[in-house]
Design a protein. Sequence first.
Length: 70
Amino acid sequence: MKKVYSIEEYIEINSHFSDALTTLRSLINSTELEETIKWSMPTYCLNGKNVLGLGAFKNHCCIWFHQGVF
């Protein structure tokens, strides 16, 4: 996996899901979550804690919640 340094670069690398990733990003950015890159993927934090992340793979893209059970 290539090291990614920005959300824009991540979306550009995963251009086959650019519409979905851009839509999810704009929805998430309308909240108070802080946008960052961790593990070369878009990650969103609140008060320094990871809340959710975006992922793009070969055949699908996803949004996942860290500690979603809570």
